[in-house]
Design a binder for this molecule. Structure first.
Ligand SMILES: O=c1[nH]c(=O)c2ncn([C@@H]3O[C@H](COP(=O)(O)OP(=O)(O)OP(=O)(O)O)[C@@H](O)[C@H]3O)c2[nH]1
Ligand SMILES: [Mg+2]
Length: 254
């Protein structure tokens, strides 16, 4: 697995200090000319995946110029005080749309472990107590599951992806990736808990997959691909697809 210290610059995660300074009390930077969509995340691992997904789904969009991220606009990180993935995704997308004046896509995601009743869940990014400390989060989780036999190590990545426009249109899609938790990390790719989640049907962890392979099956890939028709409609028409509305079945993990 990647083995940088939690706050090492080599760790493909948040750069919280930079964004905290950029956002503290300052207005956001104006969106550059040509910017049409904000990816409302401060997690660089997620940002890279989201950029690839948008570029793949919208080849006609000049993603380099049209897609900006929350950090580069100096947007403050929203307080994620929702109690579901969906609520937190909407909180992040609403905040970014309001601050930037652009349509915003956010995801809230995490790892839900069967034997932990769905935890860490919405607390995945701060399971060890420090937000974004991927290595410490992973270490704590492995220790907690130390005595759990392989047949009881089922888990899933869960994602809610939200699109919010400045004029109030909202749409949410969901995705899941089921798998089993290894006892030891393996692989250098991805971020977070990727080195211990082995997707069902594969002998590799998510961190041993290429970015393209992970995106093809991941919770985030599924949710964002389902969201993209709505994103494209908003970008092309300047308004939402007819008949679409926020949706989410009852009794689901999001
Ligand atoms: O191994 C992983 N592979 C994944 O594909 C993945 N997706 C989510 N996660 C975990 O869930 C947290 C998200 O929490 P989260 O949605 O609040 O995002 P975040 O706080 O990291 O950034 P932001 O988007 O809120 O700015 C992350 O930090 C990770 O711990 C993942 N772990
Ligand atoms: Mg977060």
């Amino acid at each position: 697995m990647p083995d940088p210290e939690p706050d090492s610059p080599a760790s493909p995660r948040h750069d919280r200090s930079e964004h905290a300074v950029a956002g503290d009390g300052d207005d956001p930077s104006p969106a550059p000319d040509g910017a049409r969509l904000v990816l409302a995340t401060h997690n660089v691992g997620k940002l890279s995946e989201l950029r690839d997904m948008v570029a793949a789904a919208a080849p006609e969009l000049d993603a380099q110029a049209a897609v900006v991220d929350a950090g580069s606009l100096g947007l403050v990180e929203a307080v994620e005080d929702g109690t579901t993935f969906e609520a937190n995704a909407l909180i992040k997308a609403r905040a970014a749309a309001a601050a930037s004046g652009l349509p915003a896509v956010a995801d809230d995601s995490g790892l839900a472990v069967d034997v932990l009743g769905g935890a860490p869940g919405i607390f995945s990014a701060r399971w060890s107590g420090t937000h974004g400390a991927d290595r410490a989060n992973l270490k704590l989780l492995l220790a907690q599951l130390g005595d759990i036999a392989p047949e009881h190590r089922g888990a899933q990545f869960v994602c809610a992806a939200a699109l919010v426009t400045p004029d109030g249109y909202e749409h949410v899609e969901h995705g899941i990736l089921r798998g089993t938790l290894r006892t030891e990390p393996a692989g250098q790719g991805g971020f977070g808990y990727d080195p211990v989640l082995q997707p069902d049907g594969l002998d590799l962890t998510c961190a041993e997959l290429t970015a393209e392979q992970k995106n093809a099956i991941s919770h985030r890939g599924r949710a964002v691909r389902a969201l993209m028709p709505h994103v494209l409609h908003v970008l092309r028409a300047g308004k939402p697809a007819e008949g679409s509305a926020p949706a989410g079945p009852e009794n689901q993990p999001w």
